[in-house]
Design a protein. Structure first.
Length: 119
């Protein structure tokens, strides 16, 4: 795979991860899975929605690689997958120097005496 194709694949995967994380229900499902594996029924318990609706959220999380599902007949056990979260954190961390520099410049500006800022 070329460098450009690899970058495009990484970008597409990050799009899936951030899209999945953009929904409160899915973030709450991931929070629950951080406690340990759970069935779809267990994941659905805190929500006022149908099992099929929760299953749609689970499929979005699966597509993003944020969870995996093991099947044993009709029984589905869901597990958290952290690697995509680590990729998202690494992406966001790459912007940390920019924000730190920007915030430091803002702090210096605000801390200047008012008469110096007007010049």
């Amino acid at each position: 795979m070329s460098t450009r194709a690899a970058a495009a694949a990484r970008d597409a995967h990050l799009d899936l991860v951030f899209s999945a994380l953009g929904d409160t229900t899915r973030r709450r499902i991931l929070t629950r899975l951080a406690e340990g594996p759970a069935s779809i029924t267990e994941l659905a318990a805190p929500f006022a929605m149908t099992l099929p609706a929760v299953s749609k959220h689970v499929r979005v999380l699966e597509r993003a690689g944020l969870m995996r599902r093991e099947r044993d007949g009709w029984y589905h056990r869901c597990h958290l997958e952290t690697a995509p979260l680590e990729s998202a954190v690494a992406f966001l961390a790459s912007y940390r120097p920019f924000w730190e520099d920007t915030l430091e410049a803002l702090a210096r500006h605000v801390e200047q005496p008012a008469e110096r800022r007007r010049r």
